[in-house]
Structures are given as C-alpha cells and as structure tokens.
Write a protein that binds this ligand. Structure first.
Ligand code: FE
Length: 220
C-alpha cells in the first residue's frame, strides 16, 4: 500500500515527506537537541519569534487536534448524506467543515463495521492526518507500533485494551506521504438520543486511529 503515485517528491525516496523524519528512536534525543539549538540561534539572531513557534505547536496539539476529527465522525453518525460524501471524497467532505491543510490533502475515511475493524499505521515513519487529528502521539511514531501493527494487529489492539470478536477482521492501512487515513468508528450503542455535540465528545483520538473505540455514553 506504499505505492508511489505522481508527486513532487524526489527520486530514490519512495516515501517522500516534508515533515520531520524520525526513523530511529535513538536519534530522537539528538534531533531534539539540534532543533532546540537551531531555534535558539535563529531567535538570538532575530529571525524567528519563539512565542510564534509555541503558538504553532499549541495550535496543532489542541485547536487543530483530534477534536476536529471528532466533529467529522459525529457529523457522519447523524447525517447519512455526509457519511456518503466521506466515502466518495473524504478530503472535500472534511474540508467542508473547515479542516484542511498540510498533511491532510488526500484523506481517505475507512469505516468500521461489525465485520471489519480498521487500524492505521505509518510503517516507515509517522505520516498522520494533521488537520483532523493534530500531532501524532509518541507511540504512533515508535518502531514497535509501526512493526507490530502489520505483523500482529490483534495483539496491538489487545495492548490498547481493545478486544474484538474473532469474527471481526482487522484491516491495516499504511499511511503514506500521499494518503492519510481517518477511521470512522461505529456509533456506540445507547447514543441514539444524543446531540451531534454530545456524540463528538464520545469520539477519542485513538478511535480515529483504530487503536481504540469511542466512549460509551454515560447512563442518564
Ligand atoms: Fe510517514
């Protein structure tokens, strides 16, 4: 599923990226130090404003974070026409709610059913749909998750506390620089009377990666 489509990535790198690479965990510490050193140097020379950088990071972690994806899921749960649009053209359907931009240009929504559960990974690095989920969690970028999600998805789900019936197939989607996946989880039982806002509150980040399930509504 990592096939190369036409893009503007250079040759010799099947998995082109314009975001940070962190292929080796052991290099993360050194890379972090280099980034901080560079930031300090640029700030000292007056080229960048550290507060502006902080604002960008904060935007991705909170405002542009998983609550955006939760809005998409809740809308799909209450609006069959919107759900159908997501199936046909997820990028456009998601952008219609105001969520678009870098790392979300080519979105595909995969829909959980009683028969099939979807799990998203980036086996080569950390491709992730920023406009709907924000910044990827640390475990998503870790080598064990990237390797095991493909080899033993049911075991990975168990580690996350998700145990599915044996009759439910698990399908793994390998994100690329070109395509980013969002899981549409199943609407939880007992949520029939809830408003769209209340439904969005049930949607967890992990349920949109496939490593979790939505919360159950609290009993009235
Ligand atoms: Fe990647």
């Amino acid at each position: 599923m990592h096939g190369m489509t036409q893009g503007d990535h250079g040759p010799g790198h099947e998995h082109g990226h314009d975001h940070e690479h962190d292929h080796e965990h052991s290099e993360l510490g050194a890379m972090d130090l280099r980034v901080r050193a560079l930031e300090s140097l640029l700030a000292a020379k007056g080229w960048i404003d550290p507060a502006a950088l902080d604002a960008i990071v904060d935007a991705y972690q909170t405002r542009i974070g998983p609550r955006n994806g939760a809005r998409v899921v809740a809308r799909a749960w209450v609006d069959p026409a919107y759900r159908d649009w997501l199936r046909r053209d997820a990028t456009a359907a998601i952008a219609s709610l105001g969520f678009s931009g870098r790392q979300g240009e080519h979105m595909v929504v995969v829909e959980n059913t009683p028969d099939t559960h979807h799990l998203v990974v980036c086996t080569l690095c950390s491709c992730y749909p920023w406009p709907v989920l924000g910044l990827p969690p640390t475990w998503y970028k870790s080598a064990p998750y990237r390797a095991r999600a493909v080899r033993d998805p049911r075991g990975v789900l168990a580690d996350f506390g998700v145990v599915l019936p044996e009759s439910t197939a698990i399908r793994v989607w390998d994100s690329t620089a070109e395509i980013r996946y969002l899981v549409l989880p199943m609407r939880p039982p007992g949520s029939e009377g809830l408003s769209e806002d209340a439904l969005a509150d049930l949607v967890t980040r992990d349920s949109m990666i496939g490593t979790g399930l939505p919360r159950s509504p609290s009993p009235a």
